[in-house]
Design a protein around this ligand. Structure first.
Ligand code: ZN
Length: 478
């Protein structure tokens, strides 16, 4: 095509050490790729995007979220992890039809793009039927986002009318999931050049009381050649089962593995991941809310591995990374100061670390580090322009601090994915948001009506005893 675009005059945070920051700089994009980043670039034939007065960053990467829950905003706001496992993963989950799955994923991915999140990892554990799976993939694909659709192997509870059979024990990967995941891969994914990649999400290992089935599962999942395998781990349930050393002993660790949460991974576990492969996504808001443990990111960084950030569930928190960067930085500072035991004399942990985690770190964990995560010549033009003239931003004295402590999605002026504008002038392009909102709200109404018929008290009782047996009060030292 030869389409050229010049993003001109912005304050560039390239996150590429060879380029650094340019207080005023230009980015030349050709055929969806960055070809040059410099203080001034002459390109008279290019379409000009005026970035004067804006901060220009790589697109952000959210490495752990369940996109299907978008229409349930606020439902989980006051819940514990126990409430979530019982009510969301049983009651609400079984109240979704395929249209609900589609619109939840589409709206969730658009929410991400609107906030400058251009790479996502969807840990998609709503694979109830073939129709649900088709809808979930199509919702993400129709959004235009980059990332990985991780088909969830978790055995969803069976609903018979309004009775739900609880899944108290671990279920191995079923024949249905093996066949359906393969069908989804072969139907919707062609290869490493796809904007959206095929991935898998494991069963819930927290239900396991030994490591053997998890080790076997990783072998099985790799037969499907997923770009990433997303695994919930280290959330405080059945912590005596140490999966990471078991995988290491079997020679199965690798950088196709993306572990989420992981607050209860030991430093030894993290060293194994750094040495043998395996990424970690921390989701500060939900981990702190639900008692999953202290966000692991600083310990991951200490192991030598890039940490990454996720939002987890928009049924509890917003789907942007500004709030996650802010939350993580301040709780980690608190933890550092607490360890010192007095008011600190030295400053620690700059805001810029968070921007790195949300860009370079996220892209590496999502498997798009060779294509995205920094504004580097040769990489895809996944670029975000953030206005600095709003009442919550002006005047900017430190752009990284502005991103972490002051910005919100309404400050995101423009978002490009592989050079394609998905947001310009503060508005999403190519999607009729009022129409999507109407579908999303109608879907919410249907889900709520179906959920209202579930006999939740009995479900809670079924779970309570098993839960008490599997949660240890001890905490892994941070
Ligand atoms: Zn999760």
């Amino acid at each position: 095509m030869g389409a050229r675009m010049l993003i001109r005059g912005g304050h560039i945070l390239s996150m590429d050490p060879a380029i650094g920051d340019l207080p005023q700089g230009d980015i030349l994009v050709e055929d969806g790729r960055i070809v040059a980043v410099a203080p001034t670039i002459a390109a008279d034939d290019a379409e000009i995007v005026d970035a004067a007065g804006m901060i220009v960053t790589p697109g952000f990467a959210d490495t752990h979220r369940h996109y299907w829950q978008t229409q349930l905003r606020g439902v989980v706001a006051d819940w514990s992890l126990f409430d979530y496992v019982v009510l969301m993963r049983h009651g609400y989950c079984t109240s979704y039809d395929a249209e609900d799955a589609y619109i939840g994923n589409l709206a969730g991915a658009l929410e991400a793009l609107n906030a400058g999140v251009t790479t996502i990892v969807d840990h998609s554990h709503l694979q109830i039927s073939e129709a649900h799976s088709d809808a979930l993939v199509c919702g993400l694909k129709d959004s235009g986002v980059r990332g990985v659709f991780c088909y969830g192997m978790y055995e969803n509870p069976k609903r018979d009318g309004d009775h739900i059979a609880s899944t108290l024990v671990h279920s191995p990967v079923s024949d249905f999931h093996r066949a359906n995941a393969r069908r989804i891969r072969d139907t919707y994914f062609t290869g490493p050049d796809d904007l959206l990649q095929f991935g898998l999400a494991s069963t819930e290992w927290s239900r396991l009381t030994e490591t053997g089935p998890a080790v076997e599962e990783i072998r099985l999942l790799r037969e499907l050649e997923p770009a990433r395998i997303s695994v919930h781990i280290g959330t405080g349930v059945n912590e005596q089962v140490r999966f990471v050393p078991a995988l290491a002993a079997a020679g199965l660790l690798g950088d196709d593995l993306l572990f989420s949460h992981g607050a209860h991974l030991s430093d030894h576990d993290l060293d194994l991941l750094a040495a043998q492969g395996g990424w970690v996504s921390t989701t500060p808001d939900t981990e702190l809310q639900m008692g999953m443990g202290f966000p692991v990111a600083a310990r991951v960084a200490r192991s030598g591995k890039e940490p990454s950030l996720g939002t987890d569930i928009s049924s509890s928190v917003a789907g942007d990374l500004f709030s996650q960067m802010r939350m993580l930085l301040q709780v980690q500072r608190f933890r550092d100061y607490e360890a010192e035991g007095s008011l600190p004399l030295t400053r620690r942990r700059p805001a810029r670390d968070m921007v790195r985690m949300a860009t370079v770190g996220g892209a590496a964990a999502a498997g798009t580090g060779d294509r995205a995560g920094s504004l580097s010549p040769g990489k895809a033009a996944d670029i975000v322009l953030i206005r600095t003239d709003s009442i919550n931003m002006a005047p900017v004295n430190d752009p990284a601090a502005a991103i972490v402590f002051y910005a919100n999605p309404s400050d995101v002026d423009s978002v490009f994915v592989a050079g394609r504008a998905v947001k310009r002038g503060g508005r999403l392009r190519g999607h009729d948001w009022p129409a999507i909102r109407t579908r999303l709200t109608a879907s919410r109404d249907r889900i709520m009506a179906r959920f209202a018929r579930v006999e939740t008290a009995g479900l809670m009782d079924d779970f309570r005893a098993a839960w008490a047996r599997s949660v240890r009060p001890e905490r892994t030292a941070a």
